[in-house]
Design a protein around this ligand. Structure first.
Ligand code: SAM
Length: 287
């Protein structure tokens, strides 16, 4: 039996055999710690599918393939594709998709995996750090509400998603995350678990879908509203709402009805307060 891909010797061997090197521009830091890779992959379910973002040389993909029914892995770097097809050939449940995840049709991918008989779909990935925020917005805003998203991110970024109201990191991304998910930092992964070692440590953050029905029917319309409220962070909520609604009287009425002070800012509202404000807006515009 060969060593796991997530090991220094196998990683070096694969890079040498295929004449590859880690590309900084694509955020390539390969996981070479087998126990960390196995721990991340342990969240995969035997009858479920996993969408992986950035398989790299397949360190995590291999561990996912051993646990999940199907793995669909999106990789942007064309130089890695033939190597991935080769190295992961023993795993028939893996499909490598050569595509930028920010351009991929995530809903079509989810539909395909469900149609193939997978009971649910999780996203599990060691994210390229430079796209952490746009990727998460895309995942939160997909039509398929992923029951689990578990991603490795830079350690200092890990707590942002669960940022409390009024903290500097609290923004539209935290509201979207907290509206849909229970967010928790699962464990830290030190920089020496990667090849090449990055300048910072990492952490795995998991987003577990909240139980029960979502409070609002049109999630993405609500998210657009939240983004509108945060559009200019230094401005008051009233000013942002005025721009979002295009109607100063309506903006003032919304604050009044919600019992919010004139000078309040978006970062002072928790998720429930946003839901309430949004409901008032929908009621006002439908009357
Ligand atoms: N999963 C591997 C591991 O754990 O060793 C590699 C992780 S590495 C941090 C990030 C990977 O994401 C790289 O393989 C990189 O080429 C890929 N990547 C970067 N930008 C991407 C994008 N927009 N869409 C898909 N993959 C991307």
């Amino acid at each position: 039996m060969s060593k796991p891909i997530a090991s220094p010797s196998r990683t070096k061997e694969i890079l040498n055999t295929y004449g590859l090197h880690a590309k900084k521009g694509f955020g390539q830091n390969f996981l070479v710690d087998a126990s960390a890779a196995a721990k991340i992959a342990s969240l995969a379910e035997a009858d479920g599918a996993v969408i992986e973002i950035g398989p790299g040389i397949g360190s995590l993909t291999e561990q996912l393939a051993m646990r999940a029914k199907q793995v669909m892995a999106f990789e942007i770097d064309d130089s890695l594709i033939p190597m991935l097809q080769d190295v992961l050939a023993p795993y028939e449940n893996v499909r490598i998709v050569h595509q930028d995840i920010l351009e991929a049709d995530i809903d079509a991918a989810a539909e395909e995996l469900l149609a193939a008989g997978c009971s649910s779909i999780a996203v599990i990935a060691n994210l390229p750090y430079y796209i952490t925020t746009p990727v998460l917005f895309r995942l939160f805003e997909a039509s398929y509400a992923f029951p689990l998203i578990s991603v490795m991110v830079q350690k200092e970024v890990a707590d942002r998603f669960a940022a409390p109201v009024n903290s500097p990191d609290y923004g539209a991304l935290s509201v979207e995350a907290q509206y849909l998910y229970n967010v928790r930092r699962v464990f830290n992964v030190p920089r020496n678990c990667f090849m090449p070692a990055p300048n910072v440590d990492s952490a795995v953050v998991s987003f577990e879908k909240k139980q029960g029905d979502e409070p609002l029917a049109d999630r993405n319309d609500f998210f657009a509203f939240v983004k509108g409220c945060f559009k200019q962070r230094r401005k008051t909520l009233y000013n942002n709402l005025r721009e979002y609604t295009g109607d100063p009287a309506l903006a003032a009425e919304l604050l009044k009805e919600a019992g919010l002070a004139e000078g309040v800012r978006a970062q002072q509202l928790d998720t429930e307060a946003f839901v309430q404000l949004y409901r008032i807006l929908k009621k006002e515009v439908s009357e």
